[in-house]
Design a protein around this ligand. Structure first.
Ligand code: AMP
Length: 308
């Protein structure tokens, strides 16, 4: 089994109460790929510039991630700069330098065409749609988005939502998409836009899964589910927590034969485990030194704190 992720591979400049880091390896696809690589084979589609060196690519390939779909072009890689000085739970974007990402036209290598699990990370919904249509044989499609696409590119985004088996977003995005302030109504509103299921991340308050009545053939077997978050006192840098959650969640699903309700629930616990690990250091540094044993220990802790 393998997962294909399309999204940003970036350099991030980060400012949090724990310090500042210049141009660390980041991007939604990077965080997702590292997290998913603990469970399954991962393939990346993205674009980088000349500043993306062999040592950066080695961060991915040393975890077995296939980078055949990572295009190298002249120019500089995408750069994002964010500050969490005002609020540790939401970034203030200081700069978004698209650079080579501005002309990104995703190309799927032929060696990727047998991929069964597709994750459309947060990029222009037009590109998400283009990748989706180049992968007619996929078994399951999940995706993410962000406030910018919800408000400024809604019509394009709505087309993508109708194609998704799982939409993974945070609670602000669910409220924005639906126009509802109550979390349950917001989830119902989002499901009304077409995704078969919805995973909403509530940061340190955990996550919840909601299912459309038509989800996965007989959707009635899947029921509302809430997963806790690991209690974490020292959040160093929240960047990439959402993508790491998605990588743990979808990577685990791809490693299983069938998407049963039990698998979906365990996947949410693995998502929480990866999300909580990723915030313990800047950028993707924590996931680079994570072990599968650590992830499983965190999974067990989550089980302990949430079961009677
Ligand atoms: P997260 O904290 O999980 O929401 O995602 C953080 C990652 O998203 C960072 O590593 C950024 O490089 C990346 N990112 C920020 N803005 C954008 C954007 N407009 N398009 C694609 N990726 C972005």
């Amino acid at each position: 089994m393998s997962v294909l992720v399309v999204g940003s591979v970036a350099f991030d400049t980060l400012e949090t109460p724990s310090g500042r880091r210049e141009r660390v390896l980041g991007g939604a696809a990077t965080h997702f790929a590292l997290a998913a690589s603990f469970f399954t084979k991962v393939r990346v589609v993205g674009v980088v510039g000349e500043d993306f060196l062999p040592e950066h690519e080695a961060v991915l390939t040393s975890r077995g991630i296939d980078t055949a779909g990572l295009e190298h072009v002249p120019g500089k890689s995408f750069h994002w700069s964010g500050s969490y000085m005002r609020d540790l739970s939401s970034a203030d974007t200081l700069a978004t330098d698209l650079n080579v990402f501005a002309d990104f036209a995703p190309k799927i290598p032929t060696s990727y065409l047998d991929t069964e699990y597709l994750f459309l990370a947060n990029i222009d919904p037009v590109l998400q749609e283009r990748v989706r249509s180049q992968m007619p044989g996929v078994k399951l499609v999940a995706g993410d988005t962000m406030n910018y696409w919800i408000s400024a590119h809604r019509q394009n985004l709505l087309k993508v939502l109708r194609e998704l088996d799982v939409l993974v977003i945070n609670d602000h995005e669910a409220r924005m998409l639906s126009g509802e302030t109550n979390n349950v109504r917001a989830a119902r509103g989002v499901l009304g836009l077409g995704p078969k299921s919805l995973v909403v991340k509530y940061a340190e308050h955990g996550s919840a899964a909601f299912f459309s009545p038509s989800s996965f053939g007989n959707g009635k077997q899947h029921k509302l589910f809430r997963a806790p978050a690991t209690p974490t006192e020292d959040v160093v840098d929240p960047t990439g927590a959402g993508d790491s959650f998605a990588g743990g969640f979808f990577g685990y699903i791809a490693s299983q034969k069938q998407l049963t309700p039990d698998v979906f629930r365990k996947a949410m616990f693995y998502g929480c485990a990866l999300g909580s690990l990723s915030v313990e250091d800047f950028g993707a540094e924590r996931l680079q030194r994570t072990t599968r044993e650590e992830i499983d220990r965190r999974f067990d802790e989550l089980r302990e704190i949430s079961h009677l």
